[in-house]
Write a protein that binds this ligand. Sequence first.
Ligand SMILES: C[S@@+](CC[C@H](N)C(=O)[O-])C[C@H]1O[C@@H](n2cnc3c(N)ncnc32)[C@H](O)[C@@H]1O
Length: 269
Amino acid sequence: MSASTPTLAAARNLEHWNSAAQQYAKAGDLFAPEARLLTLYAADLKRWSMLDLGIGAGRTTRHFAPAAGSYLGIDYAPAMVEQARQNCPAFADRIQTADARCLDMIPSGSMDFVLFSFNGLDCIEPSDREQVLREVRRVLRPGGIFSFSAHNLYSVPFRGSWPMPPLNVGKPLESVYRLAKRTKRNLRIRNLVKNRNTDAILRRGWAFFPDGGESYTVPLMYVAPGFQKEQLEACGLRLFSMQDGDCREILGTHPPSTDSWLYYLAERV
Ligand SMILES: C[S@@+](CC[C@H](N)C(=O)[O-])C[C@H]1O[C@@H](n2cnc3c(N)ncnc32)[C@H](O)[C@@H]1O
C-alpha cells in the first residue's frame, strides 16, 4: 500500500505543519482525557507496544514514551520530527518521519496501543481517513486499543457563532487579541457555511473546512459522533468510549455534545 498522490488540501496541510513546528515546541501538558487515559492504562502500558501518530513536537511523546513498554512516534512533517527529537532526546531514535496513511514499516498485529492525539486524524482529507483507520486496525493486535480525538461537527455554528472567549480584566491586551481572533473565525465560518446545505452536511455527518491554523485556512475534518462510530466499525474498530473535554462519558447520549472536539476509544475487533 502506498500513500495516495497528495491533493491540494493534503499539500496545504503538510506545508502548514512544517511551518508550525516552532509554535508546537512550547506545548507540553496533556489534555484532561489524555491524562486520564495515561492513568487508566498505566499498568498495561508498561508491557504494551505503542504507536503514537502525528506526534508534532513531541507533546505526547514526553508523557507516553517513558510509560510504554516500547514506543514509536511518527509524524509526516520533517520539521515536527526534528523538533520532537530535540524536545525528547531520550527517545530520539524512536521518532520517525512517516505518513499515517502508509505504515508499511510496522508489522501487522504488532501494536497494543495506537494514539492519534489532538485531532491529527482531522488533518487527513475525507478520502484518506478510512485508509488511516484501516492501517491502524492492521498494525493493532486483536483487542488492541486505538485512542484519538476529532473535531465535533455539532460544535460548528451553522446557524450562529462560536462563543466569544471570556474577558480577563487582568490581561486586557490578551483579551482583545482573543476577541479579535474569535471574531475573525466567526466571520470566516459564516462565509464558509453560508452557501452550504446545512441539513445535508448534518445528515452526511462530516464537513471538511479550511478552519485550522493561526489563519484559519488549513483544511480540517469535523465529524459527527454517529458518523465516526460507523466509519470505525466499517474499518474493524469497535467504539467503546467517547468523552468530552471534561472526561464525561458521552457515548450514545442525547442531545449530542457541542464540545469543540471529542475523545474516542476503540478496540480492534
Ligand atoms: C494538531 S497537530 C498535533 C501534534 C501533537 N500530536 C500534539 O498533540 O501536540 C497534528 C499533527 O499531525 C500530523 N499529521 C497530520 N497528518 C498526518 C499524517 N498523514 N501522517 C502523520 N502525521 C500527520 C501533523 O504534522 C501535526 O504534527
